[in-house]
Design a binder for this molecule. Structure first.
Ligand code: ATP
Ligand code: MG
Length: 315
């Protein structure tokens, strides 16, 4: 099993100036560790604001200028420097961005999808591929010459998707590729993502739709307030009894088939000293308030919860 992507202890914080003078650093991703193997789809599941897109942007090297990053990201065993990220981006590592604002407003969509070409021969070949991929997603020839502002939300999403797939990536980072798509296009997207996996590629699939994660992924990483709290197999996600973290259990119990039993509460937005789930956790202990559990390997499952650490480990 070859590791395609390794993210080790990634932390991201933003410096903001409150009322012009008071400097405030807020940590939005804390000590995040995740990996993707060849021939594997890893889903990242988490609610809004939990840090999913920032993870994607840090892998691609497109974080905002006011961010501070620590930790390490490796691709094929090699540390991903900013220079290497820029070299591989759009080629070996492709992003399906969450926002349609990633489209260049001044360029026709087919030109954007085709990208830079060495010569006319490459341009012609790519044009043929672009038409094939666009048609697969129901984008007819008249769409090729449109500018992004002329597209509906769903069409723009399909253009982003086609553009990333045309890059022929070895590692695809798909940031919420399905919302707003019709049922057939959702199925098409899932099938394309699975196809990449079959060709020994790796996919990091970011989604807040647990059903898409269950249908597509081999492993699922759960984000909570900038922390990975559990990484478990999609198979185990089918039953709340087979996952470990109290939040993961609550997530699965909240599925419609389980009668929407999601626990109350919101995710803390800023730095938390202890466990990020402390406020809402039905299984919390005193030490969870002021101490942060580490992400540990518990019988092959990565889990960040004191309930699974050794009893005598006082962190
Ligand atoms: N440029 C920035 N400056 C300060 N804070 C930021 C910046 N960009 C993102 N954040 C904060 O980082 C946190 C994580 O943002 P991110 O966009 O990664 O969330 P997400 O999990 O992708 O959410 P969603 O499901 O809504 O897409 C949020 O609280 C957000 O407000
Ligand atoms: Mg996002």
């Amino acid at each position: 099993m070859t590791k395609l992507l390794e993210v080790n202890n990634l932390s991201i914080s933003f410096t903001q100036y409150v009322q012009g003078l008071n400097r405030h650093d807020s940590k939005v991703i804390t000590d995040l560790t995740i990996d993707v193997n060849e021939n594997e789809i890893v889903a990242v599941l988490g609610s809004s604001g939990s840090g999913k897109s920032l993870l994607a942007h840090s892998i691609l090297g497109i974080l905002p200028y006011n961010s501070q990053v620590t930790g390490e990201i490796k691709y094929n065993g090699e540390v991903l420097t900013q220079e290497l990220k820029e070299k591989l981006r759009g080629k070996e590592i492709c992003l399906i961005p969450q926002s349609v604002n990633f489209l260049d407003p001044l360029m026709k969509v087919s030109q954007q999808a085709i990208g830079e070409c060495e010569d006319d021969k490459e341009r012609e070949e790519k044009k043929i591929r672009q038409r094939e991929v666009f048609s697969k997603y129901g984008l007819d020839e008249s769409v090729d010459d449109l500018y992004p502002f002329e597209l509906s939300g769903g069409m723009a999403r399909k253009v982003l998707l086609s553009t990333a797939l045309l890059g022929d990536p070895n590692l695809l980072i798909a940031d919420e590729p399905t919302p707003g798509l019709d049922k057939q296009s959702v199925e098409e997207t899932i099938s394309d993502i699975k196809n990449l996996k079959e060709q020994d590629k790796g996919v990091l699939l970011i989604t807040h739709e647990i059903n898409v994660a269950l249908k597509t992924a081999d492993r699922i990483a759960v984000f909570y307030s900038g922390h990975v709290i559990e990484i478990n197999t999609a198979e185990n996600f089918k039953d709340a009894d087979n996952v470990l973290h109290p939040y993961t259990k609550a997530l699965i119990n909240s599925l419609p088939r389980n009668g929407f039993k999601l626990t109350e509460g919101v995710q803390p937005l800023d730095d938390v000293i202890g466990c990020p789930y402390y406020e809402n956790c039905p299984a919390r202990m005193d030490k969870c308030e002021k101490n942060k559990p580490k992400l540990i390997n518990h019988n092959g499952v990565m889990i960040r919860c004191f309930n699974y650490e050794e009893v005598n480990d006082e962190s």
